[in-house]
Design a protein around this ligand. Structure first.
Ligand SMILES: [Zn+2]
Length: 60
C-alpha cells in the first residue's frame, strides 16, 4: 500500500500502515489518496528515467 504522512506529506510504499512516519516520526500516517498515489507513481517513473537523463547530460 501507499501511505502518506499528514505531518510532513512524506509518501512512501509499505506492506502495512506503519505506526509512525519513517521520515519525521509523526503518528499522523494514513493511506494515500488516489491523487497522492498518482504523484507517487509519477515520482517512481521519474526516478527510473533520471539515470538516462544524467547520462545524456554527461555525454553532451
Ligand atoms: Zn512525516
Amino acid at each position: 500500500m501507499i501511505c502518506t504522512c499528514d505531518n510532513c506529506r512524506y509518501t512512501f510504499c509499505s506492506d502495512s500502515l506503519p505506526l509512525a512516519c519513517p521520515d519525521c516520526g509523526s503518528e499522523n500516517v494514513r493511506e494515500a489518496t488516489l491523487e497522492e498515489k498518482d504523484w507517487y507513481h509519477d515520482l517512481e517513473q521519474e526516478k527510473m528515467h533520471n539515470p538516462m537523463l544524467l547520462d545524456k547530460i554527461k555525454a553532451s
